[in-house]
Design a protein around this ligand. Structure first.
Ligand code: FES
Length: 136
């Protein structure tokens, strides 16, 4: 059964910043896009580097080692050399707590619910890596 686990507080993550979070055996990159919080896998599938360490511009994080760009809401890869996007996860803000939706392994969800604002908002999720349109 899915449940929400606290992974950070809103005070820890200024707008435009990212934070690496380890929770329940997963490493995720948590982003604050002007008060809208999003989470994707922190590990790039090209060579395994940390997406949370790249600069954020709008909805795009640029991977610091090789320059691939990823959408921080969807996890989609936008530019090579990475060819595969990363998983994205549902986030809920409750008061000052930022919570990540934990699911047992093996459950795939393509829920693309709205990116709501305000207390109790949630990002959208696609919990399985997806092939890019970059070919190869
Ligand atoms: S490790 Fe991510 S682009 Fe190379």
């Amino acid at each position: 059964m899915a449940k929400f686990l606290k992974v950070a507080t809103t005070g820890e993550l200024a707008p435009g910043q990212a934070k690496r979070v380890e929770v329940d055996g997963k490493v995720i990159a948590l982003f604050n896009l002007e008060g809208s919080y999003h989470a994707i896998d922190d590990t790039c599938l090209h060579r395994g580097g940390p997406l949370s360490k790249g600069p954020v511009d709008g909805e795009v994080v640029t991977y610091p080692w090789h320059g691939s760009k990823f959408n921080v809401k969807s996890g989609d890869v936008l530019t090579p050399p990475a060819r595969t996007g990363v998983s994205s996860y549902r986030i809920r803000v409750s008061g000052s707590d930022i919570k990540w939706k934990w699911r047992p392994e093996g459950i795939v969800c393509d829920d693309q619910s709205a990116d709501l604002t305000g207390t109790g908002r949630e990002g959208w999720v696609r919990e399985s890596p997806k092939a890019s349109h970059l070919g190869g």
